[in-house]
Design a protein around this ligand. Structure first.
Ligand SMILES: Cc1cc2nc3c(=O)[nH]c(=O)nc-3n(C[C@H](O)[C@H](O)[C@H](O)COP(=O)(O)OP(=O)(O)OC[C@H]3O[C@@H](n4cnc5c(N)ncnc54)[C@H](O)[C@@H]3O)c2cc1C
Ligand code: SF4
Length: 804
């Protein structure tokens, strides 16, 4: 049967959720194409606040990575913006000229941040807070500048402000209204919130109207309507969002504030649907995921021709994601003529609770300082429950007492635990009983609870404890490898060793994986662990690797590749430079860039040219894409520097030649400086070396990335040979005990620096680690040469195909 061509514009949260729901109903019915303007696979936008606050990383907020699209046969076009819909031909056209025909089209273009129309908004240092690019910009600016102004005291502004405080900036929040979060909180809650955030170091200018952004090219000051000014070198605009209707407006679709849709998410033109923040339903637009996910489920059924209830609008709730502050708000939270409030204020403990009733129904709630009842109240509001038989004040009491376990015990089966994804207590208990879930991670995999803002994870854990009783093991709240298994990394590796498992499939079968093929998280991890346990016997599964590692080059935003040849210790020669220049010219490289790791990245190479480029360069791969040793950065040292007393270059080259190619759980970077001036930045490397008065100091666990961490001093040795011995042992110990995708900075904190030091300082263990590493090092070929010399691999991997 011919497949229906389904095209989704917008690779964001609501659109991709719709596709996930469609795939749950039918994997076969559609030929799906997704076009996204951002260069990333689908990620959890909500958690950008957590990225900025340093609680997670951009890498960890991906919801569906590149391989998810591949596995589901979805054609993904990133970095292209759909600019035109032709509903006569049923095609969409992107800004790159790509034309995609559709039978059914979904628009999920989200929102755009509102930018105040004041002079100076285009200055450097003015940003919004909507996507990864904005978040990266703030992270970058905070490294150089110190004074931030956030315009907007709503949820987004306050989460941005908290993140900037965490990044060491002085933060002032400027808000036009009289009180913070005025769309979600009443005056009492807003005042308590302000006091709490002031204690955390935030400054506020309320009832303040920003009229101009002043400075040269870069922002220097804000001017307000009363003539006052505020010095700042970063301005974050968080003054609201507007549905992104740009594309819809260019067609004859009915558009008001958002794209107007029916109760089944149909637009005014047949075969075109819309979902998410870009939509207006019954005169209402939404800016939170819970209603959008409700829409997504209905739209999926509609498109699959499965009977569905109509979308009738949503009650929403808000929870602030700022550590140390509990704020919850839902429904109609301001009392009025037909609405009466019940309020409790505990000034001593800083707790405020307010319920708003219309006749015998709870219609709104605000909680400050203790929000654990939030979901229960939200369920009552959503259900429009008649509470005439209940004393209103009792609704404020935690049912069954104060303990968390009693709270979940007292909940009805249909009460919501995860508000974002609409997952009830009953659904979670069912997953525990019927699917054998024993951890929070597995519940997330089976039910989606905790998959969005993550605020319900402690409740899920309580529910597991309650349901599993004695068999609940708090330590089993270990991180499982992924939702395909109930086992942790250590248990899987132990089973591989004990049971002699030799292939990813065998591991999955013997260890009762829940999925037949695993997922994009466990497959590369198993491939790594098997290679680590059986370095000489295990045959690497290229197809289990991420795309960059499969192709031995870094894929770029535009689908072309970056090629980085190795330059041992950052040293090159006229001959190498000539070859790089020739290749760059011949293959139309778009950019030649000296990297932080002291080598040259040749950007903009087409996939099918990669083997020819490697052949003509005739240099080894620099593994700039690999989970392995990346570079050993060196300073010039004694050869040229008047401060240098040691030969840092030779040591760097020797280390790089010894450790290159063998796999590690994540990338591994090294640096060798010949004196404490530390020109090779040894203090922020996975393993950094510093020359001091006839000896070498060795530093470990440093990281110069998002989570800046200065390295710890492991010890001091006299000779370069000893450095190599220690570094190799450390490297192998990380290989053997690290969790796949865990950098050494995190690994060191998980295992404990002192514990690692004891192992590496023990001569016997050091020798054994070196011996095991030597075995692993015997089997690694130069990957570019291997492909150049294999017509089969060249053909399989690099024949000209469209980049998805
Ligand atoms: C920092 C932050 C914190 C948040 N916190 C919460 C929270 O705690 N709870 C909550 O419920 N919600 C929160 N939200 C809101 C939530 O993220 C959004 O409601 C949700 O992402 C909207 O989903 P969407 O798919 O409609 O839009 P988006 O996720 O924005 O996706 C739209 C996508 O479409 C792309 N696009 C637009 N036009 C085109 C085009 N013409 N061609 C191709 N691609 C296009 C955009 O680039 C974008 O990637 C937060 C948002 C932010 C920014
Ligand atoms: S680290 Fe010391 S020896 Fe090396 S280049 Fe810098 S100043 Fe010179």
């Amino acid at each position: 049967m011919k497949k229906i061509r389904l095209v989704l514009v917008g690779n964001g949260m609501a659109g991709v959720k719709t596709i996930e729901e469609i795939l749950k109903i039918s994997k076969e019915k559609f030929e799906i194409t997704i076009i996204g303007e951002e260069p990333h696979p689908n990620y959890n936008r909500i958690l950008l606040s957590k990225v900025l606050q340093g609680d997670t990383t951009v890498e960890d907020i991906t919801i569906n990575d590149w391989s998810w699209y591949e596995e589901n046969g979805i054609r993904l076009i990133t970095n292209e913006k759909v600019e035109h819909i032709c509903n006569a031909d049923q095609t969409v056209t992107t800004n790159a000229g790509t034309v995609i025909p559709y039978d059914e089209l979904i628009l999920a273009t989200g929102s755009k941040p509102f930018i105040l129309p004041i002079p100076g908004v285009d200055k450097e240092g003015v940003t919004t807070f909507r996507d990864i690019k904005d978040t990266d910009e703030m992270l970058k600016v905070s490294k150089t500048y110190k004074k931030a102004a956030v315009i907007g005291g709503g949820l987004l502004g306050l989460e941005a402000a908290r993140g900037l405080l965490n990044l060491g900036m002085q933060v002032t929040v400027i808000h036009l209204g009289k009180s913070l979060m005025d769309r979600q909180l009443d005056n009492t809650a807003a005042q308590l919130l302000k006091e709490e955030l002031e204690k955390q170091g935030m400054r506020f200018l309320l009832e303040t109207n920003t009229t101009e952004i002043l400075g040269g090219e870069r922002v220097e000051r804000l001017r307000f309507s009363d003539g006052e000014e505020l010095e700042c070198d970063l301005v974050v605009m968080a003054v609201g969002i507007r549905p992104n209707v740009e594309l819809a407006q260019s067609t004859e679709l009915w558009v008001n504030r958002g794209i107007i849709v029916s109760d089944y998410l149909e637009t005014s033109i047949p075969h075109i649907y819309a979902v998410g923040e870009c939509v207006e339903h019954n005169h209402i637009t939404y800016g939170l995921v819970a209603p959008l996910f409700e829409q997504a489920k209905i739209l999926a059924k509609k498109i699959c021709n499965v009977e569905t209830t109509p979308y009738e609008g949503s009650v929403t709730f808000t929870q602030l994601k700022v550590s140390g502050v509990e704020v919850f708000s839902a429904g109609e939270f301001i009392e009025g003529d037909d609405k009466k409030a019940l309020k409790v204020l505990d000034e001593q403990d800083g707790i405020y609770k307010k319920l708003v009733f219309r006749n015998n129904q709870l219609v709104g709630a605000v909680l400050f300082g203790d929000s654990q009842e939030g979901n229960r109240l939200f369920s009552l509001i959503k259900k429009q429950a008649d509470i005439s038989d209940t004393a209103k004040v009792s609704i404020l009491q935690p049912i069954g007492g104060d303990s968390d376990e009693n709270l979940v015990a007292s909940m009805e089966a249909d009460e919501l635990v995860c508000g974002c994804n609409g997952v009830s207590k009953g659904a979670i208990v069912q997953a525990i009983h019927e699917q054998g879930c024993t951890t929070v991670d597995q519940i997330k995999g089976c039910t989606s609870a905790g998959r969005s803002c993550g605020g319900c994870k402690s409740m899920v854990s309580d529910l597991l404890e309650l349901t599993l009783g004695d068999s609940f093991d708090a330590s089993a709240q270990k991180e499982t490898m992924c939702s395909c298994t109930t086992l942790s990394r250590d248990e899987v590796v132990e089973a591989i060793r004990e049971k002699g498992l030799m292939h990813t499939r065998e591991v999955m079968n013997v260890l009762n994986w829940k999925t037949s093929d695993g997922c994009s998280k466990c497959r590369p991890a198993l491939n790594y662990y098997l290679g680590m346990v059986y370095p000489t016997e295990y045959e690497d599964e290229n197809e289990s690797r991420y795309v960059n590692e499969r192709l031995h080059a870094n894929i770029q935003k535009d689908g072309s590749f970056g090629v980085v040849p190795r330059m041992y210790g950052g040293v090159t020669s006229p001959d190498q430079l000539r070859k790089i220049a020739d290749v760059a010219e011949k293959y139309n490289a778009k950019l030649l860039k000296v990297t932080g790791g002291q080598r040259i990245d040749i950007f903009g190479i087409e996939k099918e040219d990669l083997p020819k480029v490697w052949e003509e360069l005739d240099m080894p791969s620099g593994y700039a894409y690999g989970k392995t040793l990346r570079t050993v950065k060196t300073c010039v040292g004694e050869s040229f520097c008047r401060f240098g007393t040691q030969d840092s270059i030779s040591l760097g080259i020797a280390l790089e030649k010894r450790l290159e190619r063998v796999g590690t759980p994540h990338k591994f970077k090294m640096g060798v400086s010949a004196c404490p001036r530390n020109c090779a930045e040894s203090g922020i490397k996975d393993f950094g070396i510093v020359g001091v008065d006839g000896a070498w100091e060795m530093y470990v666990g440093g990281n110069g990335g998002t989570h800046l961490r200065s390295a710890d001093l492991l010890g001091k040795v006299s000779t370069a040979e000893e450095v190599i011995e220690y570094a190799s042992a450390y490297f192998q110990y990380y290989r053997e005990t690290g969790i796949y995708m865990e950098r050494t900075s995190k690994w060191l904190e998980r295992i404990g620096f002192e514990n690692i030091k004891v192992v590496i300082e023990d001569p016997k263990q050091r020798r054994e680690l070196n011996e095991r590493l030597n075995v692993a090092l015997t089997v690694h070929d130069e990957p570019w040469k291997k492909i150049i010399n294999s017509p089969k691999l060249r053909n399989e991997l690099f024949e000209k195909v469209e980049v998805h």
